[in-house]
Design a protein around this ligand. Structure first.
Ligand code: GUN
Length: 284
């Protein structure tokens, strides 16, 4: 009867597994090292970084937050990126976005060593993902795949419809689903007759940033529904899916909050540990 894809509880299960992996890495004198570069004080970014720090420290990571002033020059920031590229104790790092306007995000993202790019934003990693040989991928996309895996949701041969084509969710999820042998459709703001397309979905993934846009009218009976939305409406958090309506049709559905959100950080931690494992193997 329980239709909830519980991201909060699944994240705790992964945490338990990751704690054990980290304990075994300690035997090789490796502690996973994760750094976040944070420029200026964007209040949303500060909350994201605080949540990452909390989880990383709870798991036993070596976590470093590098706080830099809004006024930092592009060259100075590139220099900070290069320092992290060269540090052996840092397995992965991210530069929290958005950056101030005088800094080119593209230049900074391109400067991150692809081996340490735990955001999966570097063009090399985007290419590897699309060539079905993924290394690190964007954390939300990874988190969704990890969530579906724990619930044993079959992907092979299934119709997956994605609503939204962003670089951080829609496109990487599409590539991961294709790699998993799903039949993938990506819809977006120019898609005609959206509900007719979404009603074909065995698995529907929604990442459009429009509060409670997807109702039961968009969902086939028995579909699995993944809501990536995080909208603040009148101080209340809501998803892109109208949960109370959608649950009537869905066989499984993620709530907001407590669905994809907690799994995003899991995706980041999981991938950093994978890199740390390679560091430990290289020492053997
Ligand atoms: N800002 C909001 N989400 C993200 C993310 O996934 N990675 C980075 N680097 N910045 C973000």
């Amino acid at each position: 009867m329980d239709k909830i894809l519980d991201g909060k509880n699944t994240a705790i299960q992964y945490d338990e597994e990751m704690v054990q992996t980290i304990a075994s890495l300690k035997q090789d004198n490796v502690t996973p090292g994760l750094a976040v570069i944070m420029v200026g004080n964007n209040s949303a970014s500060e909350i994201y970084v605080r949540n990452k720090k909390r989880r990383a420290e709870k798991l036993g990571f070596n976590f470093e937050e590098i706080k830099l002033p809004e006024s930092i020059s592009e060259d100075e920031l590139l220099n900070e990126v290069n320092k992290l590229n060269q540090r052996d104790d840092i397995d992965g790092f991210i530069v929290q976005l958005p950056l101030p306007e005088h800094i080119s995000e593209e230049k900074i993202v391109n400067a991150v060593n692809a081996d340490k790019d735990v955001d999966g934003f570097a063009p090399y990693n985007v290419g590897k993902l699309f060539m079905n040989d993924p290394k690190q991928v964007p954390a939300t996309a990874k988190g969704i795949m990890l969530l579906l895996e724990k619930y044993n949701v079959e992907l092979d041969g299934k119709n997956v419809v994605i609503v939204g084509r962003s670089n951080i969710v829609g496109r990487p999820v599409a590539a991961l689903m294709l790699n998993a042998n799903a039949t993938v459709t990506v819809t977006h703001s120019h898609t005609k007759n959206l509900s007719e397309v979404t009603k074909q979905a065995d698995i529907l993934i929604v990442a459009i940033g429009k509060s409670e846009f997807i109702t039961s009218d968009y969902i086939k009976s028995g579909a699995v529904v993944i809501d990536v939305g995080m909208n603040r409406v009148d101080g209340k958090l809501s998803g892109d899916v109208d949960f109370d309506s959608a649950i009537k049709q869905a066989s499984l559905i993620t709530p907001v909050p407590g669905g994809v959100g907690p799994m995003t950080i899991t995706g980041l931690m999981y991938q950093t540990i994978e890199i740390a494992k390679k560091r430990a193997n290289a020492k053997r």
